[in-house]
Design a protein around this ligand. Sequence first.
Ligand code: AHR
Length: 501
Amino acid sequence: MRAAVTAHKDFTIAEIDPRLYGSFIEHLGRAVYTGIYEPGHPTADAEGWRQDVIDLIRDIDVPITRYPGGNFVSAYNWEDGIGPKETRPVRLDLAWHTSESNQVGIHEFADWAEKAGTEMMLAVNLGSRGLDEARAFLEYVNHPGGSYWSDLRKQNGRDAPWGVKMWCLGNEMDGPWQIGQKTAAEYGRIAFETAKAMRAFDKSIELVVCGSSSPKMATYPEWEATVLDYTYDSVDYISLHMYFDDHEGNTANYLAQSARLDDYIATVAGVIKMTKTKKRSKRDVYISFDEWNVWYHSREQDRPVLEGKQGWPHAPALLEDIYDFADVLQVGCILNTFIRRSDVVKVGCLAQLVNVIAPIMTVPGGPAWRQTTYWPYLYASKYGRGTALNLAVDCPGYDTEFAKNVPYLDVSAVVDGDGVMTLFCVNRHQSDDMELAVSLQGFGQMTVLMDKVIAGHDPHAVNGPEGEPVAPVDGVGAAIANGVLTASLPPMSYRMIRLGA
Ligand code: AHR
């Protein structure tokens, strides 16, 4: 099969916000305890942070990390996580039916974020709590001193404010599973008032209002329209969440699901535009896609804990999806979609970062290891920064139950400040090679600088602590002649090619 792509240096989509490649750490399962935090682990520093995990995160260069939830935040008291560790209360976490020791709170997370080289994105509890808690938390985190909450922070050992820029106004408030679920109007009002109070403290913070927790919600997209009607001029982003699964075992359908993602983004972009016009507003609201990933492998094994059959365990294994080779392609297609919609999707958070539906896994007391999906995430984060190109793609496609003519080639391209162009390609075809030809226009002379391929595995092949067979290898055969890059993409393959002068 042939795929023809045209890339012109000046035919661009948008400048990519580096925060498109963010991630997420929730107090859920083993993300925090025995994930990033394990005092006594051979690699742990004096504060208990696993260095082996930090090293893997630093390699990805995660620009921003959302915290502390997720569903967890909707019944969380952030004050439980401050002050001497020995006096912090153990609480029952109603979201995941577990116990929370509060040994990690905002001070500890901020310390970890600094060491991991990532910015914090904090969520406030608009489920069981509200405006007052949100403004107190903001003052505690961002005020220099001379007020009750900021002085308490100083007493607790942190003199300088952390200056956190991005704040989420609750989490998935449309979900019946949420503690304190709200109707769109109820949420729109509380989000508006909370935003008003938070902005009264600091106009420069960036606020994220909850959109739908999934396009499958019966309330979608009316939810977005109502919530934005209340909040449009008070917020900067609307959050979207989407998880992908192949519970049917239908690889062709599975790999086409980014078409649904595209549709989701386009619809919400339309609602944003409609609201802006209706309000005669001068400002723009963008999308913060602050939860996305593949999530289905662990659903059955999680049931006993989630149904409360194991009491209230502390940091049990939950949502520990073991990703396979097919998931590499899925994550590659999702990231490509975000790059192609970087005009409207400014922030993205891979949910999550360690142990919980994560690219990085740990063995308590043992090694940290890379899941299959670590690689497309790493490549996008490292090499997908700059300007997204608007490519013309000519390639055969296939029909699924939910989308027609999904191209076998999924591709995006980014040009960085040095003029280096990176192409991210996925061949969705399960049996055919794809002969790719990319016409390079306006770039001048280019050569292949880097070429990485993940291919040739059984779709269900996985990595583990004993070995990581699903990993990139150097690509062969990519060549440029007469301004055309040619390369062969094996069936079901991920390939990243970097071109420069
Ligand atoms: O990321 C796992 C969970 O998925 C989050 O806690 C919640 O926001 C979503 O439903």
